[in-house]
Design a binder for this molecule. Structure first.
Ligand code: FAD
Length: 469
């Protein structure tokens, strides 16, 4: 009891009032479309309930570590609940491999706490700096979607604080509709205040990786298709400016967690070691436009040449394999104040020709992308708005100042739509409401569940207003 910071010292029965909200300008990770909101940092579910009750006409939305690229964790003129202060691990069951957490616990924290016992997070995205609330809110995926599915598929139970202040415990079995509307529901059904997760058993904290250079897109797709069953983790990085026979050249990385006997002698003494530290912080001094066609062409060339021609197994650390960008804090500043946007789509495997058409058009137009990543997804989760579905998913990072970008992206939207694909809401900052409805066939069903849970539309975000979610 005395450890709860929300309890007033000396009067331990009295719960402190909601901390004062502060006016703040917020953006997503891409730093586009800033908006100003009242931000409050609750420490208990009672404080969340009180804040939600007093939200006012512009409503409220939860925010984790703000690693979504666009505007889903912003609420212009309204209230935003910064949940990073609710970051306690509430319980661990080592026999069952489960952990119960508050919503603001980050994946980094979970790794630090659970790796010494031989457990890793069930799904990790390209950064450890996301919260469990944000991971469920976006139903995130990693390099192992074909093997492990998405994050919410490993959530056994969650407590959702609704618009009327009540808390419902949801499991996929007992309340499937509200559970799967919340998983990937972008914070619009309520506030997740606790979650129980199933963790992944590992013998070591190293990954046995094979990296192989691929001559073009066909080569990359063939290698990934053939090796899917052998590797839990798989990803291709493409040179997005290469054209002609080299279109889509790059390298494929495939890996599995190493077993103890795969570790060299010197690492066996501490096989579950995990202590990544950021190397540096990026200063906020870069002009927009530093990452352009010329600089990215040079970097692409250097990266391609560095990749080995033949698959060579090597051991990688968790940070090096899953989260290379985390080595530099605030790396998004390198795009300058104008920011950048990430465009991630999935198209069914049968629509490989659409994927190729998009890769070709982006390369021929010369739109630079610092990171261009191809993955294979497995079957979709039951999440109403969950993004992953059987097929190829491709991600581009485009600086906002790229000439002709708006037209290119509109053309890409149309291609994705026609192929029966969709864009990822966690990355979106510009999609059209009509296109979104066509991409997510379960949107109406989501709206129905949401309307029952939140009849007065208390939970809203900049993104939900923009897209009419
Ligand atoms: C470098 C980088 C790499 C990435 N790689 C991947 C990847 O490989 N795969 C992938 O899927 N994503 C990836 N992402 C996106 C990221 O995983 C998601 O955007 C994630 O949701 C961010 O978590 P967050 O805590 O920052 O949430 P925020 O961005 O703060 O919020 C995201 C959404 O979750 C909601 N939310 C947050 N907390 C709660 C809560 N307690 N209750 C209800 N709703 C809540 C918010 O309202 C919002 O709609 C990447 C992002 C970055 C910056």
């Amino acid at each position: 009891m005395g450890t709860d910071p929300a309890v007033v010292p000396g009067k331990q029965w009295e719960v402190a009032a909601v901390p004062q909200p502060r006016r703040e300008k917020l953006t997503g990770w891409g730093r586009t479309a800033p908006s100003v909101a009242q931000v409050v940092r609750p420490r208990t579910r009672e404080q969340i309930a009180e804040a939600v009750a007093g939200a006012g006409p512009r409503g409220v939305v939860a925010r984790g570590l703000g690693r979504s690229y666009g505007d889903p964790a912003q609420n212009a003129g309204g209230l935003v609940l910064d949940l990073t202060g609710m970051n306690r691990i509430l319980g661990v069951d080592l026999d069952q491999g489960t952990v119960e957490v508050e919503p603001g616990v980050s994946l980094q924290q979970l790794m630090q706490a659970m790796l010494p016992f031989g457990y890793f997070v069930p799904v990790t995205p390209g950064t450890r700096y996301v919260t469990v609330g944000g991971a469920i809110g976006c139903d995130i995926h990693g390099k192992s979607h074909h093997a492990d599915g998405s994050f919410a598929q490993h959530v056994l139970e969650l407590d959702l604080l609704l618009a009327d202040g009540s808390v419902r415990t949801l499991t996929p079995e007992t309340e499937p509709e509200l559970f799967w509307a919340t998983a990937g529901g972008m914070g619009l059904t309520g506030v997740i205040v606790r979650a129980k997760l199933r963790m992944m058993r590992v013998e070591t904290s190293r990954i046995q990786v094979e990296t192989q250079r691929v001559a073009n897109l066909d080569d990359a797709m063939e290698r990934m298709t053939l090796t899917d069953a052998d590797y839990r983790f798989s990803v291709a990085s493409l040179d997005n400016l290469a054209t002609g026979p080299s279109l889509g050249r790059g390298w494929v990385e495939s890996g599995n967690f190493a077993t103890l006997d795969q570790l060299p002698e010197k690492l066996r003494g501490n096989p579950l070691a995990f202590s990544p530290k950021p190397l540096a912080a990026m200063p906020d001094v870069f002009p927009s436009g530093l990452l352009n066609r010329r600089t990215i062409r040079l970097m692409n060339e250097a990266n391609f040449r560095r990749a080995p021609k033949d698959a060579r197994p090597h051991l990688a650390t968790i940070g090096g394999f899953f989260h290379p960008l985390d080595a530099i804090h605030d790396w998004n500043r390198v795009y300058g104040a104008a920011g950048f946007l990430q465009y991630q789509f999935v198209v069914p495997f049968a629509a490989a020709s659409t994927l190729r058409r998009i890769v070709e058009r982006v390369a021929v137009q010369g739109a630079p992308s610092f990171v261009t990543v191809l993955k294979r997804f497995g079957p979709a989760s039951p999440g109403y708005l969950s993004f992953p579905a059987d097929g190829w998913t491709l991600t581009y990072d485009f600086p906002t100042g790229t000439p002709g970008l708006a037209g290119l992206l509109r053309w890409m939207d149309a291609q994705v739509l026609e192929a029966g694909g969709r864009l990822y809401l966690a990355k979106d900052s510009r999609l059209d409401a009509g296109d979104l409805a066509a991409m997510y066939p379960r949107l109406e069903a989501f709206r129905k569940v949401r309307a029952e849970a939140d009849p007065h539309g208390v939970f809203v975000s900049d993104q939900s207003r923009r897209l009419g979610l």
